[in-house]
Ligand binder design. Structure first.
Ligand code: CA
Length: 251
């Protein structure tokens, strides 16, 4: 059997070769594009601008970083940026976005401040723009921890420097954005209240020490993750906790 290649066959063959070439070309183009994307990502480390965050942590230590970081809410941050060989006269545009919530804030200023109150990952982007075109960009991830709150069941306001103030357990509260605590006596009379989580009750009512015994605390608080806290518990006020120190401040 002989097979004669017709003009039609030749056309089909030619067409499929062209099609094949287009596919290969597309594949190469896709490869080049993804390579370029990778390259620009790795170049990002040496980008012209660098976001700088300055904040104070719970223990009162001020930190400045250009890296992603994790902290507790409420987190107040001062944002600045540094630039190397960047064209002058560009407009800085900041974006604050939360990964999972709808929070999306834009700021048009060189340096800016922002308070993070939602647990989870926040993305901070700084773009330097010229006529709506982004010429330089940098980003930073700030993770806000889940909330936690615990209140103790006893304290000893005897001025020995140990456990003299009734307050939230210092290493057991995290990312609390709202806090209100009340102290009651056994008759339901309110003796004290406070809203600063770092503060507490010194065992006094109208400036005078109250008697040793059982009191009650009620705490209403809210975490950065949306958790609502309603804590009710006994508070044992014990000045004579340690007999060896009782002589110094016995009523
Ligand atoms: Ca004490």
């Amino acid at each position: 059997m002989r097979y004669k290649i017709t003009k039609k066959d030749a056309e089909v063959l030619l067409f499929s070769v062209i099609l094949q070439n287009i596919r290969i070309t597309n594949m190469i183009l896709r490869k080049i594009t993804s390579l370029l994307a990778l390259l620009s990502l790795s170049l990002g480390a040496f980008a012209g601008i660098d976001i700088q965050a300055t904040y104070t942590d719970k223990s009162g230590v001020e930190a400045t970083t250009t890296d992603n970081f994790t902290a507790e809410a409420p987190l107040h941050v001062m944002f600045t940026w540094t630039a190397t060989s960047v064209e002058e006269g560009l407009t800085p545009v900041w974006h604050f976005r939360h990964r999972t919530s709808s929070t999306n804030v834009t700021r048009y200023e060189s340096d800016t401040e922002y308070t993070f109150t939602e647990a989870g990952i926040n993305v901070v982007v700084l773009n330097l723009c010229k006529n709506d075109e982004v010429l330089e960009t940098d980003s930073m991830l700030i993770t806000i921890t889940e909330s936690q709150l615990e209140m103790p069941n006893a304290f000893s306001p005897n001025d020995d420097g140990i456990n003299d103030v009734y307050r939230a357990k210092q290493d057991k509260y995290k990312s609390i954005v709202e806090f209100h605590a009340y102290i009651f006596n056994r008759h339901g009379q309110k003796l004290y209240e406070w809203t600063d989580i770092t503060k507490g009750w010194d065992g006094k009512y109208n400036g005078s020490p109250v008697k040793d015994g059982v009191y009650f605390v009620y705490v209403k608080a809210r975490g950065a993750d949306g958790v609502e806290y309603n804590i009710r518990r006994d508070v044992n006020l014990i000045r004579d906790f340690n007999q060896t120190t009782s002589s110094s401040s016995n009523e």
